[in-house]
Design a protein around this ligand. Structure first.
Ligand code: PMP
Length: 361
């Protein structure tokens, strides 16, 4: 069986062991005579899956007891709207750190709901860096501060997070959740679509301090209230059961690999191979992000011309690489190296880059 060198940005690689386990359990889950997709979400078997996914998430990410873990639908994009709907208060602006395309989408949605201020922006640097903590200015009466921990398109990542005191800090961790240890207690809310580091698309993890999951304006419909999902343990309505099940398998896989600290080391080792190929190329490859803001999840780089970039993509595809074309908004090249991307794929890519340079340099 040939598995591609999968550098897709999302949906992205899922560990082979997880896929094989899901395959084994696919037709007959635990002797139920049916797959997980065919059983009631109120059944004991599915409740176990839901509980296990939640408790593994808590264990692996070190989530304190006063936080809720919710599995919602609608992707991270729905969170862009739900967060201000629930947490933006009259006369208390929502503050946003503007670091690229995803932060931009979050800001646009918040503006529809209420007053929004930009606490820091790196637009002048074409989003090729994240701001230093001292650049982030949050109004004292802000409803919350929102940032994007990893900008999937630009390839930048926060290495440290601001201390916002009583103002809830909210992070879109869609593209780096569980790739490194994080002090969850610094955050009011962390959210992430599953399709990069957690499994397949279809489910969005929302980790929310309990007090924030209460007291939403009464005008918000039930499905858009955090309180609804927090109270119902994510079983208010029919959940994306297969996706949650897959997430539970991915979480078990992370645990078996030694946990999140181990993942971080593994990810750094993988990424180093590719950044070294860029930095050692004498300018043939140019990294897009500023060195200090470089992402360990999405490596963005360019070649001397678009023509050469197209050739790089074409030849890489012929050799079994997938997903190396940069996002259509920014062009260039991008390798996404999420948790499930094996070291061997990164070794192969680094070698391909060196060979390509030799042929074309
Ligand atoms: N935020 C970030 C950082 C992302 O990378 C993405 C998806 N690429 C999104 C939000 C949007 O996620 P979804 O497609 O799950 O709505």
């Amino acid at each position: 069986m040939a598995r591609a060198y999968n550098f897709n940005a999302g949906p992205a690689a899922i560990p082979l062991e997880v896929l094989q386990q899901a395959q084994e359990q696919f037709v007959d889950y635990h002797g139920a005579g049916m797959s997980i997709m065919e059983m009631s979400h109120r059944s004991a078997l599915y409740e176990d899956v839901n509980n296990e996914a939640q408790s593994l998430m808590r264990e692996l990410f070190g989530i304190p007891n006063n936080y809720k873990v919710m599995f919602l639908q609608g992707g991270a994009s729905t969170q862009f709207a739900m967060l201000p709907m629930n947490l933006l208060r009259e006369g208390q602006p929502a503050a946003y750190v503007h670091t690229g395309a995803w932060a931009d989408k979050a800001i646009k949605e918040a503006k529809l709901i209420g007053e929004t201020v930009i606490a820091a922006s790196t637009a002048d640097d074409k989003f090729m860096r994240v701001p230093s903590l001292s650049e982030i200015v949050v109004p004292a009466n802000a409803s919350y501060l929102h940032l994007t921990s990893n900008e999937t398109i630009g390839g930048t990542q926060f290495q440290e997070f601001p201390d916002t005191g009583n103002i809830p800090l909210i992070a879109d961790m869609s593209s780096d959740i569980l790739s490194r240890p994080v002090d969850v207690s610094k955050f009011g809310v962390i959210y992430a679509g599953a399709q990069k580091n957690l499994g397949p698309s279809g489910v969005t993890v929302v980790i929310m301090r309990e007090d924030l999951a209460q007291g939403s304006p009464k005008s918000i419909p039930a499905m858009f209230r955090y309180e609804t999902h927090a109270k119902a343990k994510s079983l208010y309505n029919t959940p994306p059961s297969f996706s949650v099940y897959m997430v539970s398998l991915v979480l078990k896989w992370i645990k078996a690999k030694g946990g999140v600290a181990q993942m971080e080391q593994y990810n750094r080792d993988k990424t180093k191979l590719i950044y070294d190929a860029i930095d050692g190329s004498g300018g043939f490859y140019k990294g897009c992000a500023d060195a200090k803001s470089r992402s360990v999840m999405n490596i963005t780089f360019r070649l001397g011309s678009e023509e050469l970039e197209n050739q790089f993509v074409k030849e890489s595809e012929q050799q079994g690489f997938v997903g190396l074309k940069g996002h259509r908004d920014v062009g260039g090249l991008r390798a996404s190296t999420y948790n499930a991307v094996p070291l061997e794929s990164c070794q192969a890519l680094a070698q391909f880059m060196k060979d390509f340079q030799q042929r074309n340099g």
